[in-house]
Design a protein around this ligand. Structure first.
Ligand code: ATP
Length: 238
């Protein structure tokens, strides 16, 4: 079976700093794959390169096609969608308009738009309650919900989430990651970058541990959770 996303021998550098070195990663359609690792391991860089925001060498295939030379816009058109750590909402616009903008590239019919909105409101009832509220007045958790909701409005083939738990209270993290799991159960393909290793491994099928720009370990998330090395370094072991 052709993988949805196949990255092979990827290198990304900021000048002389090699932030990602020889990384290979495979994501099958309908699966959730997590990338965990400490601060500065290269997780954000890996995602930015996958969507074309940073130049890289190596191979990036999406649905079997080499997209290494494809522009960011075209990668988005093909269905790659990144929810960055900074969320990048339109703060002065209301929740509803932020969501509608998410669907913009797909130019859906009015009926389809309603269907997409209903789905997002079903997943995040709080966004429906706050649809007239300015995005910059939302709480951190609600902003993350809006960022994910806006991404879903574009019906992505691959949803890439960069640190969705960053800066959120533990209860909200649980809520957000429960949504990630339910999206995966609905067949949405997800690449999840997280420093919160336990949450990421509980929300994914397969995981990669990135250290100093390289894959230190990979395996089924359930196996990684019980791996002594992962436990000691990332899951609070002593
Ligand atoms: P975090 O969880 O802290 O975001 P990360 O695993 O996502 O970490 P990256 O942000 O990808 O790591 O950073 C990887 C390496 O590249 C780090 O050493 C970082 O200092 C460096 N780096 C990141 N962005 C730049 C930049 N714009 N210019 C120079 N170096 C950078």
């Amino acid at each position: 079976m052709t993988a949805l996303l196949q990255i092979e021998n990827l290198h990304v550098a900021y000048g002389k700093v090699e932030a990602v070195q020889d990384v290979s990663l495979t994501l099958e359609a309908g699966r959730a794959v997590s990338v965990i690792g400490p601060n500065g391991a290269g997780k954000t860089t890996l995602m930015a390169a996958a969507i074309g925001l940073l130049p890289s060498s190596g191979t990036i295939r999406f649905e079997g096609e080499d997209i290494g030379n494809v522009s960011v816009e075209d990668r988005v058109r093909r269905g790659l969608c990144l929810v960055p750590e900074s969320r990048e909402l339109f703060g002065e616009m209301c929740v509803a308009d932020n969501l509608l903008l998410g669907a913009f590239t797909r130019r859906p019919s009015a009926a389809k738009l309603t269907q997409l909105l209903d789905r997002v409101h079903g997943l995040f009832p709080r966004l429906a309650e706050r649809r007239h509220q300015r995005a910059d007045t939302l709480s951190g958790g609600e902003r993350q919900m809006l960022a994910i909701g806006r991404a879903l409005m574009s019906e992505p083939r691959l949803l890439m989430l960069d640190e969705p738990s960053l800066g959120l209270a533990p209860l909200i993290v649980k809520e957000i990651l429960a949504i990630v799991r339910s999206l995966r159960d609905d067949g949405v393909s997800i690449l999840l970058v997280e420093q919160n290793a336990l949450a990421a491994l509980e929300s994914s099928d397969y995981g990669y541990v990135l250290e100093s720009g390289q894959v230190a370990l990979e395996g089924k998330s359930a196996d990684l959770r019980s791996d002594a090395r992962v436990f000691e370094s990332y899951l609070g072991g002593v």
